[in-house]
Ligand binder design. Structure first.
Ligand code: GDP
Ligand code: MG
Length: 369
């Protein structure tokens, strides 16, 4: 029978401005791990000024990890950040356990959830780009294990061959993505010619984007209390109270420390965001660190060069709130609306704001306030 991996989570608390607290980041990592199908059996954390060069985590912590491994029969150690290929190798050697980093974990979840051809191509590209700098490690590891003298040269030749194969595959995938990108852009051009404005749902993963698309348009997109349930963008038509037609697109969610390979590979999908006339930023207002999540989303939007697009902030999950959202917060994120997508509350206000925004005479004009 298939045995799920038993995972220990490891986080190093480094000094850095505006970041999600380590406890919360590890809680999120635990959700990522279970979305990927692993069972979390332990947690290790350490405060440091900077990562250890050899092991990322301090070497003093290795004994503690070993003891925890023995006590929990863990099969995997998951780091809450991207670690260097050399560090991964050193850890594997010192601990004799499978090492996974945050980037790899997210890539695996994406691979599991990719449904469309486009999604699959994008994930494969991101995975290969992640693997490329890690090739030599794989072979060094093997030659050290087997201890053969000639194996080193064989290994080096093999790395060269692997690298060439992977590079070839990468350029092929990029060409395919370019084709899809052109199709998408033709579709968008068509909409533009017909003057159909487009709105993109953005937001942290699990904030309720797909739920909102479903209740607004009856789209039947998969919604789940999981991170990254949806990867493929879904676009639906929507008629506003002023009889204007718009299209609304649900996109892949953002997360803190989103692997840059993914942002790059998912550029064609994310172009729906880049080209949108207006962004609806869906926020899980019931999440204890929703303001940090807002920051993480803004960081990705900056990476995509669309942080200065008009944004309407949607504070979702109002039904779960113990107390009302303060006026200070509402003012800080103006223009903002409080809703419950699941409870069907406040949807008419979204429709009203959209109608106002895309008022017949002010098409594509930006209303700020
Ligand atoms: N309580 C509550 N839960 C919600 C609301 N909107 C969405 N959810 C839940 O939040 C989880 C994530 O929703 P989903 O739409 O998949 O989020 P996405 O990752 O942003 O697309 C699901 O379990 C939804 O049922 C809401 O207004 N109230
Ligand atoms: Mg979704």
């Amino acid at each position: 029978m298939f045995e799920p991996d038993k995972a220990i989570l490891a986080g190093v608390d480094l000094p850095s401005k505006n970041h999600i607290p380590i406890e919360e980041s590890l809680a999120e990592l635990a959700r990522l791990a279970s979305t990927a199908g692993a069972i979390v059996v332990g947690r290790i954390q350490q405060k440091r000024q900077k990562p250890d060069l050899t092991y990322y985590i301090g070497s003093g912590k290795l004994e503690e990890i070993k003891a925890l491994m023995a006590g929990t029969s863990a099969t995997m150690l998951i780091f809450d950040s991207e670690i260097l290929p050399a560090q991964e190798r050193n850890l594997e050697e010192a601990l004799d356990i499978q090492i996974v980093d945050r980037t790899e974990l997210i890539l695996n979840i994406f691979a599991k959830h990719a449904k469309s051809r486009e999604g699959k191509i994008q994930v494969e590209l991101a995975k290969l780009q992640y693997q490329l700098p890690r090739l030599s490690g794989m072979w060094e590891h093997l030659s050290r294990q087997r201890g053969g003298i000639g194996l080193r040269e064989v290994g080096e030749k093999q790395i060269e061959i692997d690298r060439r194969i992977i590079n070839k595959r990468i350029s092929l995938l990029k060409k395919e993505i370019e084709k899809v990108r052109k199709e998408r852009s033709a579709r968008r051009e068509n909409r533009r010619r017909n003057q159909i404005p487009s709105v993109a749902l953005v937001g942290y993963t699990n904030s309720g984007k797909s739920t909102l698309l479903n209740v607004l348009t009856d789209a039947k997109v998969l919604t789940q209390d999981q991170l990254f349930a949806t990867l493929d963008p879904t676009t639906r038509q929507l008629y506003l109270p002023n009889n204007r037609q718009i299209v609304l697109t649900d996109t892949v969610g953002f997360i803190q420390k989103l692997p840059h390979q993914l942002v790059e590979a998912f550029h064609s999908t994310l172009e729906e965001v880049i080209e949108a006339d207006l962004l609806l930023h869906v926020v899980d207002a019931a999440h204890p660190y929703f303001e940090d999540q807002i920051k993480a989303v803004m960081t990705v939007l900056e990476e995509l060069k669309c942080a200065d697009k008009p944004i309407l902030t949607i504070f979702n999950k109002a039904d779960k709130l113990m107390q009302k959202i303060s006026n200070t917060i509402l003012e800080k994120y103006q223009p903002a609306i409080v809703i419950s997508a699941l409870g069907n509350k406040g949807l008419d206000r979204i429709m009203g704001e959209l109608a106002r925004f895309f008022d017949k005479n002010k098409l594509f004009k930006i209303e700020t306030s």
